[in-house]
Design a protein around this ligand. Structure first.
Ligand code: ADP
Length: 248
């Protein structure tokens, strides 16, 4: 038997008052791959992300992370086991500096009583670590600025930095290029490729050229179900996929 997938959904169902937003989804994400989840609006992409990261509990089915069940765990417990996510809606604190935003995220990994009594030496360590993360996401020059001064694209870069602070083995990115111009899209695509080194990345993405450039494999959702899954070049030629998109 081979190694367990990094992330797996089996028979995943989510009902909202009888309406199936997620309908018997089976999904296998292999360790080290970049996997894109695509599909028309309302297809169930956000609901699936919420199920995978523990923000919603499934009506039926299971989610495993490296072979271990996680669907009954709270989101912070899932983070501790190695899965982090970014949000479509900004999780950045606007009045803190860019560096402080990352320090807060790093501290979030510290048990609560210690958070208020962090020794200065440890805080300095966190600052150094924050600066490494900021360098990795291309924001070193902005470290001392208020996060509110960042452009939309730079905020998305910071959010990726914040989700990196927990050193996840699996990173879920919710529309990392949304609302960006072509320059920002290229920058974030390069960043996603960089953070994917040595880890598994699952992203919801609308921009098909980003999907084509980044994704090893894709899964297409429609009406809460998996319509197709596989390599981008194979899936995009699937007549059912073409029809789903033309009908959008
Ligand atoms: P996507 O992210 O692909 O646009 P969503 O996961 O947001 O799709 O939504 C899938 C379907 O589930 C939609 O029809 C949406 O209206 C419905 N839905 C999502 N969340 C809820 C909720 N909390 N209560 C009721 N219906 C919901």
């Amino acid at each position: 038997m081979g190694a367990a997938p990094a992330l797996e959904a089996r028979g995943l169902v989510k009902e909202f008052r009888g309406f199936r937003a997620t309908n018997d989804v089976n999904l296998q994400i292999q360790e080290g791959e970049i996997h894109a989840i695509i599909g028309p609006n309302g297809a169930g992409k956000t609901t699936l992300f919420n199920l995978l990261s523990g923000f919603l509990k499934p009506t039926a089915g299971e989610v495993t992370l490296f072979g271990q069940r996680i669907d009954a765990l709270a989101p912070h417990e899932i983070v501790r086991r190695g899965l982090s996510r970014s949000f479509q809606i900004s999780s950045v604190f606007p009045t803190l500096t860019v560096r402080e935003n990352v320090v807060v995220a790093l501290q979030a990994g510290t048990p609560l009583p210690h958070r208020f009594w962090t020794p200065l030496s440890r805080l300095e360590g966190l600052r150094d670590r924050a600066d490494e993360i900021l360098q990795a996401v291309g924001l070193s020059d902005f470290a001392g600025r208020a996060a509110s001064e960042l452009s939309h694209g730079e905020k998305r870069q910071l959010e990726i930095g914040i989700s990196m602070s927990q050193e996840p083995r699996v990173l879920l990115l919710d529309e990392p290029t949304s609302g960006m111009g072509s320059e920002g899209i290229a920058r974030v695509a390069a960043l996603v490729r960089q953070v994917a080194r040595g880890r598994t990345v699952v992203l919801v993405e609308h921009n098909m050229s980003v999907v084509a450039e980044l994704a090893d494999r894709i899964t297409v959702l429609q009406y809460g179900s998996v319509l197709a899954s596989g390599r981008y070049d194979d899936v995009r030629l699937d007549p059912r996929v073409i029809e789903a998109y033309l009908g959008d």
